[in-house]
Design a protein around this ligand. Structure first.
Ligand SMILES: Cc1cn([C@H]2C[C@H](O)[C@@H](COP(=O)(O)OP(=O)(O)OP(=O)(O)O)O2)c(=O)[nH]c1=O
Length: 191
């Protein structure tokens, strides 16, 4: 039995390490992350996590862990910005309002799958031009849903949030520990 992290996200590996777990292998899946026409953020996010878990090659007894983080502004999905222009557009949309950050976690062992979705609400302050420009120049928007990382500089834009901080960063550790335990992984083994 191996623990396989199916993710290219360095955050997910760090968050797993936070609860004392080091994967035996890291095998990032390659799936099409295009939303379906009219697909709502929450079902999209759940579908992405499940498709990632299904796409990782693993033995029948291996435990595969995958996740997807989606930023939702109402019915709109804000994915990972393609370039600085799109990041600027996303951050301008997010400024001065609340949005949802959904992280879906999928754990697979053989043909069985355990899943959870964790929804958090994040409030952004209204962003000034110097704030927006400095953030874009930092490059921290790259590879992050909605074009920001709450764990970095963008933490200064968030006066309030409700939900799971680790979920917003990419892997809600409480729910992840529970799913891994359900799948039979010894999360609470005494060292
Ligand atoms: C909102 C937010 C997202 N993110 C990151 C977490 C995820 O890595 C990323 C969302 O993209 P994902 O598609 O969830 O993940 P990924 O492409 O980085 O990695 P993989 O699919 O291989 O697991 O955004 C933060 O780091 N901080 C934040 O505050």
């Amino acid at each position: 039995m191996r623990l396989i992290l199916g993710s290219a996200s360095p955050r997910r590996k760090e968050l797993l390490a936070q609860i004392g777990l080091v994967p035996d292998a890291v095998l990032p899946p390659d799936i099409d992350e295009t939303p379906r026409r009219g697909e709502l953020p929450r079902p999209y996010c759940a579908r992405m996590a499940a498709e990632k878990a299904a796409a990782v090659t693993a033995g029948p007894d291996d435990v595969v862990l995958c996740a997807d983080t989606t930023v939702a502004l109402g019915r709109r999905i804000l994915g990972k910005p393609a370039d600085a222009g799109e990041a600027a557009a996303f951050l301008t949309l997010l400024g001065g309002r609340r949005h949802e950050v959904i992280t879906a976690v999928a754990v697979r062992r053989g043909t069985r799958m355990w899943t959870r979705e964790v929804v958090s609400v994040v409030k952004f302050k209204r962003l000034s031009d110097p704030e927006l420009n400095a953030y874009l120049a930092s490059g921290e928007w790259q590879g992050k849903a909605g074009g920001y990382g709450i764990q970095g500089l963008a933490g200064a834009f968030v006066p309030w949030m409700q939900g799971s901080f680790t979920g917003v960063v990419g892997l809600p550790v409480a729910e992840t520990a529970a799913l891994l335990h359900a799948a039979g992984w010894p999360v609470w083994r005494v060292a």
